[in-house]
Design a protein around this ligand. Sequence first.
Ligand SMILES: [Zn+2]
Ligand SMILES: [Zn+2]
Length: 275
Amino acid sequence: MQLIILGSGSPLPDAHRAGPSTLVRCAAGDLLFDCGRGVLMRAAAAGSAAGALRALFLTHLHSDHTTDLNDIITMRWAMSFQPTPLTVFGPVGAASLVEATEAMLETDIGYRLAHHDDLTWQPGTQVTEVEHGVVFEESGVRVTAAPTDHAPVHPTVGFRIEEGSQTVVIAGDTVPCAGLDELSDGADVLVHTVVRRDIIEQIGLPRLTDVLDYHSSVEDAARTAARNHVGTLLLTHLVPAPSPGSEEEWTALAAAQFDGKVVLAADLLTVEVGS
Ligand SMILES: [Zn+2]
Ligand SMILES: [Zn+2]
């Protein structure tokens, strides 16, 4: 199983970090987790594409995690030679987000249908709203969802992907919680969104300090990793984006709480799971 961070950024636009998005390559195909800003540019760099996705999994419906859903729907459809519905798993509310996105695209869909004689079908999606339990099983790959805690944003879910003895967990945005502990138990890699509490408190802007109450700090994520005997903690969705040269500060904060391997995400960072 291979894990590729497509976007390691956050809601804040950044010249070097696309929005939150992680690709898991496994026997079932390319599984995409969240689809933030620039996801298809990074997917192209990783040798994937909208049409190559076996399924899209959404951790929650915050815009930074779903911004480019419209791009995925459009490109998967416009480049297809037969109907290839996009399979989507997400929390309750995902179906209405997808429906509204398709409605937003209606004008463009009309233009393309009118222009391309051989394109005679609408974009298709198959949405399954998930809460807790196994949501996907194919080719020896199993994906399990569990509720996370990103209140007042609700509902939110994390995902555990298992292939043979290899396990990856996508935490999404959450504070430490029982659902995340359940998913993370003994995982090879925990991909965890984090914020730097110390820097944000120092900046002191209310719009920024607001995010502290529904995100894990680097230390919180490290304690979750330690409590659940995770192999590698991969910190992503970095708020604020690390200034050049400060990367070791981030990993040191985590290492003080967790004995395993700590990795700071960058776009297109690739991890061979279990090796
Ligand atoms: Zn969020
Ligand atoms: Zn987020």
